[in-house]
Design a protein around this ligand. Sequence first.
Ligand SMILES: NC(=O)C1=CN([C@@H]2O[C@H](COP(=O)(O)OP(=O)(O)OC[C@H]3O[C@@H](n4cnc5c(N)ncnc54)[C@H](OP(=O)(O)O)[C@@H]3O)[C@@H](O)[C@H]2O)C=CC1
Ligand SMILES: O=C(O)C(=O)CO
Length: 308
Amino acid sequence: MTKVFVTGKVMKVGVDMLRGFADVEIIEDPRPEILEERLKGADGILHKVGKLSEKVLRNNEHLKIIARHGVGLDDIDLSYVKRKGIWLTTTDDANTNAVAEFTIGLIFAVVKNIVRAHIELTIKNRWMREDFMGEELSGKILGIIGYGRIGKKVADLAKGCGLRVIAYDPNVDRADCELLPLKDVVSQADFLSIHCPLTDETRGLINCELLSRMKPSAFIINTARGGVIEEDALVEALQERRIRGAALDVFALEPIERGNSLLNLDNVVLTPHIAAMTEQSQEKMAVMAAQEIRRVLLEGREPLYPVW
Ligand SMILES: NC(=O)C1=CN([C@@H]2O[C@H](COP(=O)(O)OP(=O)(O)OC[C@H]3O[C@@H](n4cnc5c(N)ncnc54)[C@H](OP(=O)(O)O)[C@@H]3O)[C@@H](O)[C@H]2O)C=CC1
Ligand SMILES: O=C(O)C(=O)CO
């Protein structure tokens, strides 16, 4: 019987679609040794969490399709998958709205001190007003790095808040906002929001030198991947108040380690990679990824959203 593995907790509607034609095994624990031990003999993988390294994938010689539950591909050994002629798909724009809305939420949270004020009030019983002076968004500049699906949606939402949008994306030459070189976006932005994929090219893209170009009053928001920003350099910039604050949903190492200095800063808002965690987007991703696997394994058709 056709064998499909699901990595992580995926909505039942998607798992049930797979169960209609395949023997489905769910691996919720994404540790490499668990994936290596259990992920064997797959015809298809619906991939939500964990690293699909060559070591994990090579135990699956009949593997025809990896359907990514989401869009980031940095956890997959892409050269191995391509070399083996395995279909690779994403769920396209299924989580675009969720992540864009969350990004705007993070901007509000950090600039209006919402999380810190809540903690002071509920945990410490402190009614603090003067300490939490915020900023208004209207008239400020939002700099977007990576003007794809999420970057564009963030721009649309931000314009409604009165922000002026500028962007850097080496792969886009026309946009409904001003496109500028990277260093100009970084130095002009009051809010710098990261929306490019993590690749060899973008790893550590926002480094010490670029962070030093940011305005001391600026905030950085990252809902893309932690590795795009040099995390140590960011911690230093925040500690030394060379930038005003950061709101981060993603980290160099996830889950974030308990000793990570980011956890001890008072000018950050941190969330555990939940930007795409909405009922709507999780359901869409589950269904779309399952559909791709069904098309390839049951119907013998090409997928709808192939990376290749
Ligand atoms: N926190 C979360 O839960 C989520 C995080 N994400 C992250 O967000 C990222 C973006 O998603 P999405 O908008 O859908 O992806 P898209 O592919 O639609 O957009 C990314 C854009 O960044 C561009 N890009 C590539 N390299 C660079 C570079 N060096 N500098 C600037 N821009 C670059 C891409 O160009 P090109 O297409 O030509 O490569 C593309 O235009 C994902 O890769 C993922 O890592 C996504 C969903 C949920
Ligand atoms: O789609 C992605 O890349 C995600 O990170 C979903 O959580």
